[in-house]
Design a protein around this ligand. Sequence first.
Ligand code: NAP
Length: 261
Amino acid sequence: MPAVAHRRVVLITGASSGFGRTFAQRFAKQGADLVLVARRRDRLETLARDLHAAFGTTTTVIARDLSLPGAAQAVVNDLGERGLVIDALINSAGFGTAGPFADEQVGRVTDEIQLNVVALTQLSLLLLPDLLRSPAGLLLNVSSTAAYQPLPNIAVYAATKAYVTALTEAIWQESRGTSLQVLALAPGPTETEFFAAAGSDRFKVGQMLTVDQVVDAAFAALARRNPPPSVVVGGRNRATAFVARLAPARLALRVSARLTA
Ligand SMILES: NC(=O)c1ccc[n+]([C@@H]2O[C@H](COP(=O)([O-])OP(=O)(O)OC[C@H]3O[C@@H](n4cnc5c(N)ncnc54)[C@H](OP(=O)(O)O)[C@@H]3O)[C@@H](O)[C@H]2O)c1
């Protein structure tokens, strides 16, 4: 990773739990300062205190509900008020809804799209000028193996993740020739608070992973001489994602429906 004159500032959404929390610990260990965003302020403040004690990290906590319209701009305004310029953006905040599409709740699905798609897109876009100016610029969007085929019974969630991968890979290509690193991270099912938040185990399709395996895979991909636009974590998950993209739609949908029933 190229050196930055100041301490690298990494903004992580979804830092109160799961992947976001572990990314915060890893970047703090590397000597970065942090901006942590999620709704649960108490958790973010505890994490900030722990990281300061362990690594001397300066952390700014921004407690916001990113599913609210205008939330991304509000975060950017918060940064401006504090004079913070971001070198790296990790969009990890996200949640899933499950069940047949006909049974989905409009409000919850709207929040899901606002968080997984709208806030992620707006933060990426609003912070891109800073990321491009940084000699250690990084945009890492947490997608999912759900991105690689439509998933009956997890229809909206899979569609949001297909969007995240498509968007991120396109930005990766547009950023070639700049110092900005861009990565779509596609974990398979991983033991975090994700399943409890979703209230469903339908997402447990594929090779189960640990949070550390996923975060290790992200850093390994970024350390490659020619980093890829996206990384699917886990050998079996990679094979499934590859086959799903080649399979005829009817077959892929029939198999997916059985797995998520
Ligand atoms: N775990 C898996 O199996 C898995 C697999 C593939 C991809 N993913 C993706 O990984 C990402 C992180 O999930 P995780 O597994 O780490 O789950 P998690 O432990 O439930 O963490 C989700 C994070 O998102 C934050 N969040 C949720 N709603 C929010 C809102 N409205 N506004 C702001 N922050 C919000 C939560 O914080 P607060 O509740 O404090 O707001 C929490 O920090 C998600 O994008 C998810 O889709 C997960």
